[in-house]
Design a protein around this ligand. Structure first.
Ligand code: GLN
Length: 538
């Protein structure tokens, strides 16, 4: 039977619960176990799909098209597994399922209550489709003490009681602050957080202490004593220089070993840490580096382009080179500043985006990259804008645009419904239409003679999507006559997936989000190739 590991957080948010859970997942998987990992988010949105990146960072998209919390990106990247819509739930989703059942009379006239109905719904989510797995790691979002978290904490308490203590484990991650003025490490916040957790009926088995400096023995003893946890289960996690050091550091602290010990499992297989050492080395010690400029709207928020940042670094790993990430706010960018701002760019990337704000700045940067032969990577909106730029400045269609930005334009980008109206698509041409967004994994066929086929080393690829608008295929011939090739198309040849420019060292636009499939230990081929081109430009 599967064993369940519940990870909660205390004292403050943003302590790296996702990274800790993902690292533990890697260590267990590498020791030969089958690991599943899930995130339970206490907020009321049904999913983060409609949330502003400023609120919540990037929206991570799974193969099956779920719009999920960015922690799922950490999980996929570290554990190298593909997650699904069953691996992220929010209070909003739980309640909407309950209300649907209530309206259809499924509760047979009973009063619907937080206990047992909400908690049962959460418990059903935790155990859905987990057969065959050795470990299920469930991370509870938020911080202990939040009102929103209560039903989740109650549910995991009950869950542990249902399946037995020997099949469940509670990990609590807290902050152990260091006070510079008195040069002291303080354990009191941890004590309080554990007290709060215990008042809800949860005694943590392992406490992971996030700290700036190494935890002295005395402090560990104190936490052990006051929090009622064996001293070996007080695990420290000292700030690391790169997140790729986390699996190494947790292994050294015996996190995975203590987890196995709790479950009474003897395991002789050691996790493979070699790739993480290599990764860490390149990032921290590489003398060679490339400067990549990401031009977007949400550059002030660290996590808004999380997967892109990561994928670029992975591209660097594939080329044994350090990638310096530079962010430019496209809204604040003035036309006359572009040359100066981008003068050190070895590569320019325009990420996904929605809405008009900041688009003209992005278009100017694309023009600069195209004309100056700087490696250019356009992702989703970035690809759409690269077509708009080319249409305006090369095809001389001055009013070219996306109907998302201007309804009365020459629509090189537009909505599929518009294609149906114009008779360019017939009913049944596209299967998964329905919703307003094209979400999740779709097939794409690569043109035999294209550069992308050489990069992917395959004729058929699958990539994840998240967009409403599509390239207007009616303009394909016009673009191609000027050397902009539609090198990846959907099965029915109606939807443009990839474009590339012949007369340029590396100019690629993709309608999908390759960043979601890049992993540190298996970098995405497009990112690897983009960084290689940037390296060659130097
Ligand atoms: N706004 C564009 C669309 O909806 C691009 C979306 C994106 O970049 N994810 O098609």
């Amino acid at each position: 039977m599967a064993r369940y590991i519940f990870v909660t957080g205390g004292v403050v948010s943003s302590l790296g619960k996702g990274l800790s859970s993902a690292s533990l997942g890697y260590l267990l998987k590498s020791r030969g176990y089958k690991v599943k990992i899930r995130k339970l988010d206490p907020y009321l949105n049904i999913d983060p799909g409609t949330m502003n990146p400023f609120e919540h960072g990037e929206v991570f998209v799974t193969d099956d098209g779920a719009e999920t919390d960015l922690d799922l990106g950490h999980y996929e990247r570290f554990i190298d597994i593909n997650l699904t819509s069953l691996d992220n739930v929010t209070t909003g989703k739980i309640y909407s399922q309950i209300l649907e059942k209530e309206r259809s009379g499924k509760y047979l006239g009973n009063t619907v209550q937080v206990i047992p109905h909400v908690t049962n719904q959460i418990k059903d989510f935790i155990k859905a489709k987990t057969s065959g797995y050795d470990f299920i790691i469930c991370e509870i979002g938020g911080t202990v003490g939040d009102i929103e978290s209560l039903p989740f904490l109650e549910a995991i308490r009950q869950f542990s009681n249902d399946i037995g203590k020997d099949k469940s484990l509670f990990v609590h991650l807290t902050l152990v602050p260091y006070l510079k003025s008195s040069e002291e490490i303080k354990t009191k916040p941890t004590q309080h957080s554990v007290k709060e957790l215990r008042s809800l009926g949860i005694q943590p088995d392992i406490i992971v202490c996030r700290s700036e400096i190494t935890l002295p023995k005395g402090q560990r003893k104190k936490i052990s004593l006051f929090c009622n946890v064996n001293i070996e289960n007080v695990i420290q996690t000292v700030d690391v220089k790169t997140i790729y050091e986390a699996p190494i550091s947790f292994y050294k602290e015996k996190f995975d070993y203590q987890v196995l010990k709790h479950f009474n499992i003897k395991n002789k297989k050691q996790p493979n840490l070699k790739p993480w050492y290599r990764t860490k080395n390149i990032i921290l010690n590489s003398k060679k580096e490339v400067n990549i400029f990401v031009v977007g709207k949400y550059v002030d928020l660290k996590d808004a382009y999380k997967s892109i940042d990561e994928a670029l670094i992975h591209g660097g790993l594939a080329n044994s080179i350090k990638v310096n990430l530079n962010k430019i706010d496209s809204e604040k960018l003035k036309k006359n500043q572009i040359k100066n701002k981008l003068k050190n760019a070895d590569g320019i990337l325009i990420p996904g985006g929605f809405g008009k704000r900041g688009t003209e700045g992005k278009i100017q940067c694309i023009k600069f990259a195209r004309e100056n032969k700087i490696p250019f990577f356009g992702i989703c909106f970035g690809m759409q804008l690269s077509l708009i730029e080319f249409a305006r400045n090369v095809l001389k269609l001055r009013n070219a645009n996306s109907t998302e930005l201007n309804k009365n334009c020459i629509p090189v980008i537009g909505l599929i419904e518009e294609w149906y109206k114009d008779g360019m698509l017939k009913k049944g041409d596209l299967k998964k239409l329905g919703g307003t967004m094209r979400l999740g994994s779709y097939e794409c066929n690569l043109n035999e003679k294209s550069m992308v086929k050489k990069i992917y080393k395959s004729k058929k690829i699958y990539e994840r999507h998240r967009h409403r608008y599509e390239v207007n295929i009616a303009y394909k011939n016009k673009f191609e006559s000027k050397g902009l090739i539609f090198s990846g198309l959907s099965n029915n040849n109606k939807l443009t997936e990839i474009i590339e420019l012949n007369s340029h060292p590396w100019f690629v636009g993709v309608q999908f989000h390759p960043e979601f499939k890049s992993r540190p230990l298996s970098p995405h081929p497009l990112f690897a190739s983009f960084i290689k081109a940037a390296k060659n430009k130097k």
